[in-house]
Design a protein around this ligand. Structure first.
Ligand SMILES: Nc1ncnc2c1ncn2[C@@H]1O[C@H](COP(=O)(O)OP(=O)(O)OP(=O)(O)O)[C@@H](O)[C@H]1O
Ligand SMILES: [Mg+2]
Length: 149
């Protein structure tokens, strides 16, 4: 088994970070390039205005989802690099499941890695929306990483 280009999705959650580590270990072992993707959705205008009201003016630019997604992707790529992977951070806007599948569709990935759960972690579900959608529709190998809790 050998992979050339691996995609891992992270929302910064503990399970997603496990997925990043898993993807990095596989990528490092097979000499694959690793893309660490964080998808953000812009908050709607009303909640954005509410958040901005609570911040001093010089910090308001930070409340746009994209800044946090960039930080999450960069942190993930950092973790992956430490494990020896050729890792690159990437950020896209939209719905996480849709965007991951679109990125897989147009890219040349041969493995996608996601966690079983993410930030929302509804305990009644074993699988989040993203792994569920990716498992159903990804055009390549899929690894879903489960954490203990
Ligand atoms: N915004 C995102 N960008 C990139 N990858 C994501 C994103 N959100 C989730 N993922 C990937 O999907 C995995 C599962 O998260 P998911 O969002 O499906 O579950 P959840 O947050 O627990 O529940 P919900 O389905 O309600 O969002 C994460 O561990 C991560 O690998
Ligand atoms: Mg989620």
């Amino acid at each position: 088994m050998s992979y050339r280009h691996v995609l891992v999705g992270t929302d910064g959650s503990e399970t997603a970070t496990e997925a990043v580590r898993h993807a990095a270990t596989i990528a490092a072992a097979t000499g694959a390039r690793l893309t660490v993707l964080s998808v953000f959705s812009d908050p709607d205008a009303e909640s954005l205005a509410e958040m901005q009201d609570q911040l001093p003016e010089e910090l308001r630019w930070q409340v746009t989802g994209v800044a946090q997604a960039e930080e999450t992707a960069r942190a993930g790529a950092g973790v992956a690099s430490e494990l020896g992977a050729d890792a690159h951070a990437r950020v896209e806007r939209g719905d996480a499941s849709d965007v991951l599948l679109k990125v897989l569709e147009v890219g040349d990935f041969d493995l996608v890695v996601v966690g079983s759960r993410g930030l929302s972690s509804p305990t009644r579900f074993l699988l989040g929306n993203v792994p569920s959608a990716v498992a159903h529709a990804a055009p390549c190998d899929v690894a879903i990483i489960h954490t203990a809790d």
